[in-house]
Design a protein around this ligand. Sequence first.
Ligand code: GLU
Length: 425
Amino acid sequence: MKHESLSYLPKENQGPWKTYLEQVERVTPHLGKLAYWVETLKRPKRILIVDVPIRMDDGTVAHFEGYRVHHNTSRGPAKGGIRYHPAVTLSEVMALAAWMTIKNAAVGLPYGGGKGGIRVDPAKLSVAELERLTRRYTSEIGVLIGPQRDVPAPDVGTNQQVMAWMMDTFSMNVGSTVPGVVTGKPIPLGGSLGRRDATGNGVFFVTAAAAKKIGLDLEGSRVIIQGFGNVGNAAARAFHDHGSLVVGIADVTGAIYNEKGIDPYDLTAYVAEAGGVRGYPKAEPVPAQEFFSLPADIAIPAALEGVITEQNAWKIKAKMVVEAANGPTTPAADDILSERGILVVPDVIANAGGVIVSYFEWVQDFNSYFWTEEEVNDNLRRVITEAFEAAWQKAAERKVTLRTGAYVVAATRVLEARALRGLYP
Ligand code: GLU
């Protein structure tokens, strides 16, 4: 039968959701009988759009638009971060929620996929305004979240403090302390050791596994990283600590390059003072639009969606693109990279370290029994490396890209659960 498109998302304004739909198209021929259920993946289960009014420090009232999307809950509670960014849109949050469904299934976590966000520039708010925004938003989405229903976590523009306010607001509203309602919390509130750097460390573990496959020695290999936030920073430290050279780093303020390598610890100290990488004295400034064409072995987008496109994919010199960001490569760019023999390690595996350790945090909260950092990191390495191997094998077996291989593994798991549960009511 012919399926209706989504009336609430104008065709001309589908943004990252369109990228996601194309990725689903590519996997459909590999799903066999489960393709019967594939339409499930092409529409979010539920969407909540909320108005978030807060009193500003100057006494005025400001309104912000917030979202929480459950893309799929066939395999467990919705799970995924909360983004605070001035460019947040419904289409973006829908795509990010859908990528969480695929990611959680690809790495075998017992979760569905969700995501939330507020269209706001958090840097323009005072700490008190940020707290009021977070608490009001948490109350507004309170009908959806809960430790067995939907578990938020940090994403771009949010951090441990935001998670602490979310946990407190939810707990005060229900009348008891509920640590398992969010992950990525500060350690004293039931957070997990190793969570803060988990996404960056996971990026490193997966890159190490992928490098072995293509015969690349990470020791001395040159890495460029777009993004120096929580993920880019931790990834830079992990590569640096293991003997790779981080030769290029970019953030919203600019891009810098040093062929001898940049010390991420020293750069972190500089950024704390200067507010960004621009002007770092121990590297050369380079034009942001040339960043991905810098000479390197490994290119790591660690910021936002849609940054590797038809325009720059053919200029990439790296042997491998490792997607630390969600959705950084458009499908057209994917094709160019694959034709050029550049390996793309897809986001749904490469950046899954964050949600894997979120899962460990959630498990620890339920048990009220906390693991050592070594236990967390050993388990992270094992889970993410096994997921990479499964996607690699599937890709080889079906003669498809690693992304489609990961999607075959993940979509099969989601749709198997869908079929077993059946339609009800
Ligand atoms: N925001 C992160 C992601 O995109 C983490 C989500 C989580 O831990 O739930 O994977």
